[in-house]
Design a protein around this ligand. Structure first.
Ligand code: ADP
Ligand code: ASP
Ligand code: MG
Length: 411
């Protein structure tokens, strides 16, 4: 029998009523003849609450215990979903990550899935079970400890199961009815896309559009998983939502297909470092060793042999970055006058495959921001994206004005 993967995000399982509503959708697919693997998130807000409890108890927590705590939200919804299905006479049982087992690396709080053996669940399907409800976001390390896959990780659980079970499709049910040209909560003119290429979705996700976890898109692209994003609040239909697919399957294509933003970026400036060979290595070596993910970098013009170096990194890594650089300074490996962290910035990015063949996108983006009086602090580009760092207070305005400038409301 064909397998279908259905993932329900936090808002789709936020209450017992919503779990019932989601279960009804699952029952519809079972009636069509599918064996269904349901991946559930924690009830919305739950994971944030658990993370808060960990931070309050132990600011420099043991990541293994962090995972033990924050993975628990999904255990609750998996059990409740299985019970709800049983009440509807659909044969179902729940599985926690370790029971499957979802084998991951031991990188606690951001583990990667290495293998999902299918035999346990397939054996149950063979015995007449129709639905395997699996707790998303979690797995088990080679050391036998519970791991989690990073925030938003249930999307990745879903795609990994779809790949492992060779599912016909992986449906991601969320609180919006598809992938939009930008976050519809920020720009009311945002337009829903019927299709988006893996590459564009990958860029949008990694640049902040949290509708899909980046890793889930990577996996879907690699294993050719048919991935669909849709709302659990709309009436079921075969054409609902957005299909994430190969570039070749998309006919219409704007130069820019979407705008993403991220609040979680900080700008760090090292003032007055020596302008000499090896200085970048002396700065970014210690940062890399400390596990800081540096994104954008600019080195300013040198005056009298001294220069400023600016880079961006995730806001929650600022303390780690400061420590790494100050330690290097204390050890005499690096010299700078001051280290300034600016956490009041946001990263705004324009993404589009069309940028490969068309020039002028950067110029238009800079002009648009300039017309709005928005100062650009850092710029980074790649083949299909342009990102800028701006003051956070201009984030919404920047997203909306770029959406207008690139006429993304039009197909
Ligand atoms: P879930 O709990 O279902 O996993 P998330 O909150 O993780 O849901 O992701 C859905 C949210 O992603 C939407 O509510 C929306 O605000 C946000 N989002 C950001 N960018 C986009 C986009 N381009 N298209 C659709 N949603 C987006
Ligand atoms: N519950 C986890 C989170 O909030 C995983 C997920 O929902 O995808 O990050
Ligand atoms: Mg999510």
């Amino acid at each position: 029998m064909p397998v279908l993967v259905m993932k329900f995000g936090g808002t789709s399982v936020a209450t017992l009523d919503r779990i019932k509503r989601a279960a009804k959708r699952v029952a519809l697919e079972v009636a069509k003849g599918y064996n269904v693997i349901v991946i559930v998130s924690a009830m919305s807000g739950k994971t944030n609450e658990l993370v808060g409890w960990v931070n309050e108890t132990s600011p420099l927590y043991d990541a293994r215990e962090y995972d033990a705590v924050v993975s628990s939200g999904e255990n609750v919804t998996a059990g409740l979903m299985a019970l709800t299905l049983q009440e509807m006479d659909v044969p179902a049982r729940s599985w926690q990550g370790w029971q499957v087992p979802v084998k991951t690396t031991s990188a606690h709080s951001s583990a990667r899935i290495e293998e999902i053996p299918t035999d346990n669940i397939m054996a149950k399907f063979g015995e007449g079970m129709k639905v395997a409800v699996v707790a998303g976001f979690q797995g088990i390390s080679p050391e036998g400890r519970i791991t989690t896959l990073g925030r938003g990780g249930s999307d990745t659980t879903a795609v990994a199961f779809a790949a492992a079970f060779d599912a016909e499709r992986c449906d991601i049910y969320t609180d919006v009815d598809g992938v939009y040209t930008t976050d519809p909560r920020i720009a009311e003119k945002a337009r829903k896309l019927d299709k988006i290429s893996f590459e564009e979705m990958l860029e949008l996700a990694s640049l902040g559009a949290k509708v899909l976890q980046t890793r889930s898109v990577e996996l879907a692209m690699r294993y050719k998983v048919k991935l669909r994003v849709l709302s659990s609040f709309e009436e079921p239909s075969d054409t609902a939502g957005t299909l994430v697919c190969d570039e070749e399957e998309i006919m219409e294509s704007n130069v820019v297909s979407g705008i993403a933003y991220s609040r979680d970026e900080a700008k760090m400036t090292l003032q007055s470092v020596a302008d000499r060979p090896g200085i970048a290595a002396a700065i970014f070596g210690p940062l890399s060793n400390a596990g800081v993910n540096v994104d954008m970098i600019i080195q300013n013009i040198a005056e009298e042999g001294r220069t400023d170096m600016t880079f961006s990194c995730p806001t929650d890594q600022v303390m780690r970055a400061e420590k790494a650089l100050n330690d290097a300074k204390d050890a005499g490996e690096l010299n700078f006058a001051d280290l300034i962290a600016d956490t009041n910035v946001a990263k705004i990015s324009a993404v589009g495959i069309g940028m490969r063949s068309q020039s002028g996108v950067a110029a238009k983006m800079f002009q648009t921001l300039s017309d709005e009086g928005i100062n650009i602090k850092v710029i980074a580009t790649s083949e299909i994206k342009i990102s800028v760092l701006v003051d956070r207070k201009y984030m919404e305005l920047a997203v909306q004005s770029l959406h207008d400038a690139f006429e993304l409301e039009k197909a």
